[in-house]
Design a protein around this ligand. Structure first.
Ligand code: BEZ
Length: 211
């Protein structure tokens, strides 16, 4: 099955380092980041998991639960976590799925056989509280991800979920945003009473709405 943006994220049961979960139930009313890594006891993965542990308070602030996955067994995950703390200075503080039978990896298309026919690539899925897939990114095994970018996208997604705006190139939280083209100038007067700057009829810049 190919997952596309807007699809309901497939539900699944899993064994994790924090015990068994049912994915949708585990998410509750939160957003979720589900991400795969190729293999335990590998250098890039070790740095990535340490970074996600460091950024956990930032995910918490945004009501986002994070969960990792690889096809390694639970015994491997549990043996590896000490290395993450020792080398990255941050202990694992989120669940890691042991997907030994590749049930979830296959469900989410995380194994790309032309890259590697057994290991997961570095997939990222951002899923909204409505359980719909909001973003998918795939990185090769050799490139560690930039999880600050994942937080930046979450800020954009959460803003656009509340307001009729989109975020421009390289946008960072707090910067000006764009009024979406489907909003007429008449409607924009109601939504953005402080006004906006029109560079082109289709390119209207407005301060980031608050709240
Ligand atoms: C790594 O995490 O360093 C890694 C894992 C699999 C293939 C290549 C690199």
């Amino acid at each position: 099955m190919t997952i596309q943006l807007g699809d309901t994220a497939p539900d699944f049961s899993a064994e994790t380092t924090e015990g068994p979960i049912q994915f949708h139930q585990w998410m509750g009313n939160s957003w979720a980041v589900l991400f795969s890594h190729p293999k335990d006891f590998t250098p890039v993965c070790t740095t990535e998991l340490g970074e996600v542990a460091k950024l956990k308070p930032e995910f918490d602030k945004r009501n986002v639960k994070v969960i990792g996955l690889s096809v390694d067994p639970m015994t491997s995950h549990k043996a590896w976590v000490g290395d993450i703390k020792e080398t990255q200075g941050h202990a694992l503080n989120f669940p890691l799925i042991a997907d030994e039978d590749r049930k979830i990896s296959n469900l989410y298309g995380m194994i790309h056989p032309k890259a590697n026919d057994t290991l997961t690539v570095r997939s990222v899925f951002i899923i909204g509280p409505d359980k719909k897939v909001k973003l998918m990114i795939t990185y090769p095994a050799s490139t560690g991800r930039n999880f600050s970018e994942i937080l930046r996208v979450i800020d954009s997604l959460q803003l656009t979920a509340k307001h009729s705006v989109a975020t421009p190139v390289n946008w960072m939280n707090g910067q000006d945003v764009i009024i979406v083209p489907s909003v007429t100038d008449e409607q924009a007067k109601q939504k953005f009473p402080g006004g906006w700057k029109t560079l082109k009829p289709y390119l209207r810049i407005v301060p980031q709405p608050r709240g």
